[in-house]
Design a protein around this ligand. Structure first.
Ligand code: IPE
Ligand code: IPE
Ligand code: MG
Length: 250
């Protein structure tokens, strides 16, 4: 299915965001505040993921995209990186069958070649197992970077022999790693920082941005509802005037 590009056409706006993309930030500070090791915050963060996945299913959100590990997170101490990898493996082991039972389709996007082969295989198996599910699509962005995504799309386009002197948005878009999903309607960053940190640079072109002070491990269904409420109060103009938007509704 080809999704509407927010820069080429005016997308249909639904009351419940179809696609929510989240930067799950603040695990480390959540733990430090409690005199716990940072990894305890990451472990608690996995529980928060479970809660938000369930909440999205109940609210009939179609796509949930979660930033789990950025292409820059390799800069962290080796010990934290390896604990994060281990947590990723355990989470996959524990959660995939539950997700499958709940009709969730799981996708993992990012440069996966840097992960252990065993982890790459687990990801592949989980994706294959859930590929035909029709409920919520959960995308985990792992070793993902927005710049990496645009560059890999361009390289794949060239490899496909479709390159031309001048390339267009329409030519490049199908090669982006999340081409199977519509652009996010709602972007949420927890943990108080107000930056994109190299998340979905292309896809966030017209997303509504929402920043929460709450650390990710504390972000629950009611916090999600607050974000959705804020989203519902926005006027999505996509470059038009307010009265044009009103005319379209009436
Ligand atoms: C987000 O929490 C999780 C990852 C980046 C893996 P952080 O670990 O960045 O938590 P803070 O920002 O240090 O509190
Ligand atoms: C963004 O959080 C990446 C993830 C949540 C996976 P960071 O904690 O890495 O972002 P910065 O370093 O504060 O920008
Ligand atoms: Mg952080």
């Amino acid at each position: 299915m080809v999704h509407t590009s927010s820069t080429k056409d005016i997308p249909v706006v639904s009351t419940v965001p179809q696609h929510i993309a989240i930067i799950m930030d603040g695990n480390g500070r959540w733990a430090t505040k409690r005199f716990l090791p940072r990894v305890a915050g990451h472990a608690k963060g996995v529980e928060a993921v479970r809660g938000i996945v369930e909440a999205c299913i109940r609210r009939d959100v179609k796509y949930l995209t979660l930033f789990a590990f950025s292409s820059e997170n390799w800069r962290r101490p080796a010990e934290e990186v390896s604990l994060l990898m281990r947590l990723f493996v355990t989470a996959l082991e524990k959660e995939v069958s539950k997700m499958h039972a709940n009709d969730v389709r799981l996708k993992v996007v990012g440069d996966l070649s840097r992960f252990d082969l065993s982890l790459q295989k687990m990801i592949q198996t989980a994706e294959t197992k859930t590929a035909n599910n029709k409920g919520l699509t959960v995308t985990i962005c792992a070793n993902y970077g927005g710049r990496w995504d645009v560059v890999q799309a361009f390289n794949c386009l060239q490899l496909d022999g479709k390159s031309a002197d001048v390339i267009t948005e329409d030519m490049l878009a199908p090669y982006l790693s999340m081409a199977y999903a519509p652009e996010p309607d709602l972007f949420i960053r927890t943990g108080g920082e107000m930056r994109i940190s190299n998340f979905l640079l292309w896809q966030l072109a017209y997303s509504e941005l929402y920043f929460s002070e709450t650390f990710w491990p504390d972000f629950d269904a009611s916090a999600l509802d607050e974000a959705i409420k804020s989203y519902q109060a926005r006027e999505r103009r996509f470059g038009r005037t307010s009265s044009q938007v009103m005319d379209q509704i009436s």
